[in-house]
Design a protein around this ligand. Structure first.
Ligand SMILES: Cc1ncc(C[n+]2csc(CCOP(=O)(O)OP(=O)(O)O)c2C)c(N)n1
Length: 375
């Protein structure tokens, strides 16, 4: 039984056995891999392992009551790390809420992600410093924000400058469920009409909570892009080489003023949608086992081992991943709750009567406990 819909149109370079055997659909993307060395693949492997260690630790922290909620990324490491490696520092990234792998590559301290999941902060990091915008929990809204931002890059003359070191692009991450949102469809129309420098990166992890992607779309999502007037490609999202090569090729064209593009990465969310959900209610263990055999990290490990990478390297990565998980745990447990009043700050750039009223109400409410205690 097959659970995915990878066909010969789906770009695959690294097979599940860890062999570089590009299919016909991959041909146009192969030159993008030319400059990569084995060390680059080792670095990608390390980042994939680190973010998985983070993922396990974050899930544990939530189960132990230290986080309000956590959205796992297990299974989606290749799509995220591969596409993030294809970006330039000047590119802007608009994540949704499980792009921890992209955040890691962009230099986000992932403890900050957990400070959001713990409810300590509404933001967590400075988006200007890393070009990694804030997480967005309202499905699809980031596609509009990204398109608007990309149009800004265009107005600023930041694309097609003739200098590849300066040309900018925007990458937005969203899920299969998000494609059903009006926002996402409006974003695609706007981006295409304005030739905005934006890459729409869809991680099709097969499920929008309990709704399978086959219900969200009767056609492959990548085909929809043609209706909006932009090039698209479907890739094996558990193949880090395909994720890198397709993203890099499209980003180069986008930075040179070629207009938007759309990538559908076929992957799988191995865990729950969030720690608040139970996937056994809607999918089979057979399906999970099928995808576990296509694990993106194991696949790259097989390749690296076949290229002569030995136990020393894998042991060192294992140690680094353990140390990283501990660091994340200690950092999370050391997080300090901000003063209650922070929730009323940064809502509007100028004072707002409604916010003032709500703040005054909260002050009165808080004070009532002290008054009660004094009586
Ligand atoms: C506008 C909006 N509608 C509904 C929700 C509730 N919701 C949270 S996650 C989710 C499913 C999203 O699935 P998908 O876009 O495939 O992304 P994934 O979580 O699988 O990465 C829904 C419906 C929401 N957060 N925002």
């Amino acid at each position: 039984m097959r659970f995915d819909v990878l066909d010969d149109q789906t770009v695959q370079i690294l097979t599940p056995d860890g062999e570089v055997r590009p299919n016909d659909a991959a041909r146009t993307y192969l030159p993008a891999l030319d400059e990569l060395t084995l060390d680059d693949y080792r670095a990608a492997y390390r980042d994939m392992r680190l973010v998985r260690a983070f993922d396990n630790e974050a899930t544990n922290l939530q189960r132990q009551g230290h986080l309000a909620l956590y959205a796992p990324l297990e299974g989606q490491e290749a799509a995220q790390i591969g596409s993030a490696y294809a970006m330039r520092p000047q590119d802007a990234v608009f994540p949704s809420y499980r792009e921890h792998g992209v955040g890691l590559v962009r230099g986000i301290d992932l403890t900050r992600v957990l400070s959001v999941m713990r409810g300590e902060t509404q933001g967590g990091w400075d988006p200007e410093e890393t070009g990694f915008r804030l997480y967005t929990f309202v499905i699809g809204s980031q596609t509009l924000q990204a398109t608007g931002y990309a149009m800004g890059q265009q107005f600023d003359g930041a694309t097609n400058t003739g200098d590849p070191e300066r040309d900018e692009a925007t990458v937005v991450y969203f899920g299969d469920g998000a494609t059903s949102q009006g926002d996402t469809n409006e974003a695609l129309v706007f981006a295409a009409s304005n030739r905005a420098p934006v890459l729409f990166f869809l991680q099709n992890n097969q499920w929008a909570i309990s709704v399978p992607s086959s219900v969200q779309s009767r056609t492959p999502f990548a085909h929809r892009a043609a209706g909006f007037g932009m090039p698209s490609v479907r890739i094996d999202g558990n193949d880090v080489m395909a994720a890198y090569a397709a993203s890099r090729t499209h980003l180069e064209r986008i930075r040179q003023g070629g207009g938007p593009a759309f990538i559908e990465a076929m992957t799988y969310r191995m865990g729950a949608h969030t720690t608040a959900d139970d996937p056994t209610k809607y999918r089979t263990s057979e399906e999970e086992a099928y995808w576990r055999q296509r694990d993106p990290i194991d696949r790259l490990e097989r390749y690296l081992r076949a290229q002569g990478t030995g136990d020393d390297f894998f042991d060192a990565v294992e140690q680094a991943a353990k140390a990283y998980a501990l660091e994340i745990r200690d950092g999370t447990l050391a997080l300090q709750s901000p003063p209650r009043t922070v929730i009323f700050e940064h809502i509007y750039s100028e004072p707002h009567p409604l916010v003032d009223e709500e703040r005054a109400w909260a002050d009165r409410y808080e004070a009532s406990f002290t008054e009660e205690a004094a009586q």
